[in-house]
Design a protein around this ligand. Structure first.
Ligand code: 5GP
Length: 200
């Protein structure tokens, strides 16, 4: 049986990864969207087990020591990590998995799971990135400045990804992501199995 494909969607905070996901995921109900663990406090409307698994720092660090994360990173003062077991289990069952994570985490996955497909979502301009972060109204001004500085550093690493998607309009960017997943599925290294089983 073919293993699932691991898609890692990454990009600077405010590039609109979440909004692109909102357009993309409902059209891919068979894909497993990994819910991350974080030590960040929930924002208004966020639910434990839906948006994140919200954890105390001690518990998070304990899980990290026990090798419980596929990757994890500290981002703007909080820890974020991908619970490893669920992801590996789905992949071995042939289910495609999607991670939405920041850049340090994506770089770790590039090392530990290089067969993953790495997609970098970028904003159309830095002005647009700033206005998206301001418009979200979830962060203080100082946090926004930190996230913008971090974004610049992260953009320098974009060439390490398999694909770069410019998120000018989320719906269009989601279509581009869809085109990427369709093309990945059609790669001969994956589709030859179908030819052998059904046509030879
Ligand atoms: P936020 O606090 O805005 O929800 O997320 C901050 C950043 O952390 C975003 O770029 C988000 O994609 C990223 N993030 C969410 N979950 C994970 C994770 O499991 N691992 C890593 N490395 N980053 C994550």
């Amino acid at each position: 049986m073919r293993k699932g494909i691991l898609y890692v969607v990454s990009g600077p905070s405010g590039a609109g990864k979440g909004t692109v996901m909102q357009h993309f995921l409902p059209r891919h109900p068979g894909m497993f969207y990994s819910i991350s663990a974080t030590t960040r406090a929930p924002r208004v409307g966020e639910e434990d087990g839906v948006n994140y698994y919200f954890m105390e720092k001690d518990d998070f660090l304990r899980l990290r020591s026990a090798d419980g994360f596929l990757e994890c990173a500290e981002f703007c003062g909080n820890f974020y990590g991908t619970p490893k077991e669920a992801v590996m289990e789905k992949l071995s069952m042939g289910i495609d998995v999607l991670l939405e994570i920041e850049v340090q985490g994506a770089l770790q996955v590039m090392d530990s799971y290089p067969e993953g497909i790495f997609i970098f979502i970028v904003p159309p301009s830095m002005e647009e990135l700033r206005s998206r972060l301001v418009g979200r109204k979830t962060e203080e001004q100082s946090v926004i400045e930190t996230r913008l500085d971090r974004a610049k550093e992260e953009l320098r690493l974009a060439d390490r990804y398999t694909y770069i998607v410019v998120n000018d309009v989320a719906e269009r960017a989601a279509e581009e992501l869809e085109a990427i997943t369709t093309a990945e599925e059609a790669k001969s290294e994956r589709k030859f199995e179908f030819v052998k089983e059904n046509l030879l």
